[in-house]
Every structure is written in structure tokens, then in C-alpha cells.
Design a protein around this ligand. Structure first.
Ligand SMILES: C[S@@+](CC[C@H](N)C(=O)[O-])C[C@H]1O[C@@H](n2cnc3c(N)ncnc32)[C@H](O)[C@@H]1O
Length: 351
């Protein structure tokens, strides 16, 4: 297994994952991340609440997908640090056979995810959303995700780190085209719609970070669902998306939109007799990932973390990360077929 080199872990530059961790009250961050988080909080004092509301949205969306929508396989890109209510815990709490691939481009997140999230039927890989083909064709991804069956793509609080010039819509389209019909896309995205000045000021905290933050309007985020039909209640503030009964709906200061859409490509666009994802190189090979020695993985992870945490003057890479460089997994081979939930209730906007 190749593991991230210390030169890839730049603790002198704030990173979105660690700023978010800081806002959520986590401990996996450095002074430079805490400084950026303070800058965010100075501009938007409710930013911690927003981070928690986003996390709660992710969990409700996964519960919906694993439950009502009958989804059994999840590709979670922009995993973030493990915390309470991780995707596989929520999904497997609904259906024990749920499979999850965690993808992040931060080596420290990857090491944590690998150590704490990888378990039966889940894997963590180090890769970049901006390289969709590298993710889609990754052999370990294909061991867990059967692209011939419906799946859920989770892009929660990550797309605002993708610049327009990096073509977020094109990236999503690449995944959409590889996903089977009736697959789902969940997005949450920061916006300046509610207070442009304060939101822009908070976003500036990311200017010197590993990725700047791009605020998008409701219409711009909605366009990212091209080829998907939004399920009820559509694209709304994350706190308003199917809130639990005991939650206050629609906190006015949650400046992020969230929505879930079902893939509804016109049948005419689908080549007859060709399964979705068939361009990804044929059937998945037998699972070899499970042969990775757990003790080696634990040792490697510990080494990386130790190096990262003790690095005083980490080398600055300048060009950033070079993903994908590492993968580890503990997976069982996905089952080829499973019963579908044909009882899915169409929602008002789900047509
Ligand atoms: C704000 S956190 C969101 C974590 C989690 N999805 C949630 O909503 O709770 C954003 C995550 O996306 C990751 N990320 C940012 N840009 C990325 C990219 N281009 N490819 C992969 N991961 C990326 C960061 O490292 C970070 O872990």
C-alpha cells in the first residue's frame, strides 16, 4: 500500500477539512486552520451552527436514501474527518448490507478515514473529485460499487471548493453518466443568497487555504442537478430538508442549500442493452482489497499521523496534492443482485 508522504501534508496552509473539523469542535486541526475558522466565525458567528446543520442534513439524506429510496451503495466524495454519525453508520443502521466508498483528497483525512471508517463493506481512498475518471475506474471503488445498480453519490459540502473553471457541472455529469438509472445525487452547497457581504467575508478565510470557497446562488446550485429530479422538498436550506420532528425547521441563518435528486435520463439517451457504467472496463475483478494486512495498515497510518503531527516545517508542495496516491480497504465483494424497493413514493417534485 502506498501512503501519503509528509511532503503532501501541509500543516502551514489551512485546509477545508480541518477548518470544518474546527467548526464542528473537533481536534484534528492546526493553528493555521483554527485561525481560518476564527476568521469565518468573525464574519458569521453562527458558522458552527451551520456546520452542524450541514452534518445533520447529510445524515437525514443518507437515512432517506438507504430507507425510502432503497439504495445500498454510496460514493461519498469529500468525506471529512470521521465524527459521529458517519455515512456507513447511518446507512448500515438502516440496512446492514449498505456499502460505502469514502473519498477525500486530504491525506490526513484519508488516514483517519482509513483507520476509523473502513470496516466491513466500506473503504477509504485518497482521490480528488476533480478527477472523476480516476475515481470511477479505481479498482477498489469498482469492487464496492456495482455501477449497473442504483447508487448514491454524496457531494456534501464539497462542491463549493470547486471553481467554475474546474467545471463542477461537467464533473457531476461524468459521474451521472456512469450511474445506473434511479441512482441518486445528494448535494449541499454554501451560498451568499442570505447575506452576501457576511458570506463573502467568511469565504475569504479560504482564500489562503488549500481550496478557495465559491459561493453559489440557488439557481446555480439547482443547475448542478442537471439530469436529476429533485425529491421533495426540492433544493432548500439544509435545515429545511426533511427536518426531524424534534428539529426546528428552517433556521434562517443556515447559509447552505441542500437537495437530493434521482437520475432521470431520458430512455432515448441510453444505448439499448448496455448497462450503465459499462464504459468503466467490464465487471469488477474479484476482491483483492480484503487481503491488505490490517496490522500493516495500522502501522502505516500511525506513522503518517505521527509524522504529520510532529512536522515543524513541513515541505510546501506548492502544486498541492497529487491524488490518487493511496487506497486501503476491508471489503467483501458486492453482491451482484439485490431486491429493489419498488415501493418508492414519488414526491411532488419527483416527476
Ligand atoms: C466541509 S468538509 C465536508 C465533510 C462532509 N462531507 C460533511 O458534509 O460533513 C469538505 C471535505 O471535502 C474535501 N475536499 C475538498 N476538495 C476536495 C476535492 N477536490 N476532492 C476530494 N475531496 C475534497 C475536504 O478535504 C473535506 O474533507
Amino acid at each position: 500500500m502506498s501512503i501519503p508522504e509528509p511532503s503532501q501534508i501541509d500543516t502551514m496552509k489551512a485546509h477545508p477539512a480541518r477548518i470544518y473539523d474546527c467548526l464542528l469542535g473537533g481536534k484534528d486541526n492546526y493553528p493555521v486552520d483554527r485561525e481560518a475558522a476564527e476568521q469565518v466565525l468573525a464574519a458569521v458567528p453562527t458558522a458552527r451552527h451551520m456546520a452542524r446543520a450541514n452534518r445533520a442534513f447529510l445524515q437525514r439524506a443518507v437515512r432517506f436514501l438507504a430507507g425510502e429510496a432503497g439504495i445500498r451503495q454510496f460514493l461519498d466524495i469529500g468525506t471529512g474527518f470521521p465524527t459521529q454519525g458517519n455515512v456507513h453508520e447511518v446507512a448500515q443502521g438502516v440496512t446492514a448490507d449498505a456499502r460505502v466508498v469514502y473519498v477525500d483528497n486530504d491525506p490526513i483525512v484519508h488516514v483517519h478515514a482509513d483507520a476509523l471508517l473502513a470496516c466491513d463493506n466500506t473503504i477509504a481512498i485518497l482521490a480528488d473529485l476533480r478527477e472523476p475518471d480516476a475515481i470511477l475506474s479505481h479498482p477498489h471503488v469498482r469492487q464496492v460499487i456495482d455501477f449497473g445498480q442504483p447508487m448514491a453519490l454524496l457531494l456534501v459540502a464539497i462542491l463549493h471548493f470547486i471553481r467554475d473553471a474546474e467545471d463542477p457541472a461537467g464533473i457531476i455529469a461524468r459521474f451521472r453518466d456512469a450511474m445506473a438509472p434511479d441512482s441518486y445525487l445528494a448535494i449541499s452547497h454554501a451560498t451568499g443568497d442570505f447575506d452576501t457581504v457576511a458570506a463573502t467575508s467568511a469565504a475569504r478565510a479560504y482564500d489562503q487555504a488549500a481550496a478557495p470557497m465559491v459561493l453559489r446562488s440557488h439557481a446555480e446550485v439547482q443547475r448542478l442537478f442537471d439530469g436529476f429530479a429533485l425529491v421533495d422538498p426540492g433544493l432548500v436550506q439544509v435545515s429545511q430538508w426533511r427536518p426531524d420532528r424534534d428539529q426546528t425547521a428552517g433556521h434562517p441563518e443556515v447559509w447552505a442549500y441542500g437537495g437530493v435528486g434521482r437520475k432521470v435520463m431520458p430512455p432515448t439517451l441510453r444505448p439499448a442493452g448496455r448497462a450503465a457504467g459499462a464504459d468503466l472496463g467490464g465487471p469488477a475483478p474479484p476482491c483483492q482489497a480484503a487481503t491488505a494486512a490490517g496490522s500493516d495498515r495500522a502501522r502505516d497510518s500511525a506513522q503518517v499521523l505521527a509524522r504529520a503531527h510532529t512536522a515543524r516545517r513541513p515541505a510546501r508542495t506548492g502544486s498541492g496534492l497529487q491524488p490518487p496516491v493511496a487506497v486501503s480497504s476491508r471489503v467483501r465483494r458486492p453482491e451482484p443482485e439485490r431486491p429493489r424497493n419498488d415501493q418508492l413514493q414519488p414526491s411532488r417534485s419527483d416527476t
